[in-house]
Design a protein around this ligand. Sequence first.
Ligand SMILES: [Zn+2]
Ligand SMILES: [Zn+2]
Length: 253
Amino acid sequence: MAEVEKESSNEKLSKDQIEQDEKTQEDFQKNGEQIFNQEMFEELAKQKNYNALAKIAEKDKTQFKIFKRLKWKGQLYQINESIRVNFQDTLRIGIIKRITSIKSFIDNQELPLLQLNWYYSKMDLDSQWERYMKCFSEYELFLTEISDFIFIGQIIDKVKVLSLNEYDSFLDDDISGQNRLFFMRCTYNSEKKSINPNLNELEKVCFCEMPQNPDLVYIFCESCKKWLHMDCVHLTEDEAKNIEEYICVQCNK
Ligand SMILES: [Zn+2]
Ligand SMILES: [Zn+2]
């Protein structure tokens, strides 16, 4: 955190650090008026109000540039990459949707900003999803439509967001200890508080018909060919280790 804090909004990118994208002037919103001035820039940069800064600067094509990729402290950042950032003193994960820079009036240097769409973790979901917590992983992310601009110096590191299948095969390779590895199978609409696709459409396990959570341990029934939750079949992990061929209570009836 301290390292991020050190990098104040005064830190700007020199021109040779920027790889500019080939954008035509038509790509920028046209607005003849000069509405962006030094005072405004300084005030908003001081407040770290990058959303407002970007919104105003976007209207003036001389002050606002858009990039496909941008190099910062030796690291290349591109659209659609996922990153961890320090946002209002909390650690958040987002996906890069836009890379811009705003020219400062003070010294004509660039203030590089990224527009992110935030991911939610299961803890961020609305309380109506409480009873499904068992089927969501600690490492599961839900992409939301909520977006903010951040200063590039707020980035902590890049993270990988895999599909559940990819994530599962990584776990099989026994590199589960590796951090910065997440998966996503659903998005989340923060207004409707809905998960998409609907949980009914996800692959299910066990008699309880819950979507699979890769954090949990399951036992396989050789008869019904289902993966079953330990607590649903009333077994402990130690008991399960000593069973070679498991036939579940429902198949044994
Ligand atoms: Zn179950
Ligand atoms: Zn069975």
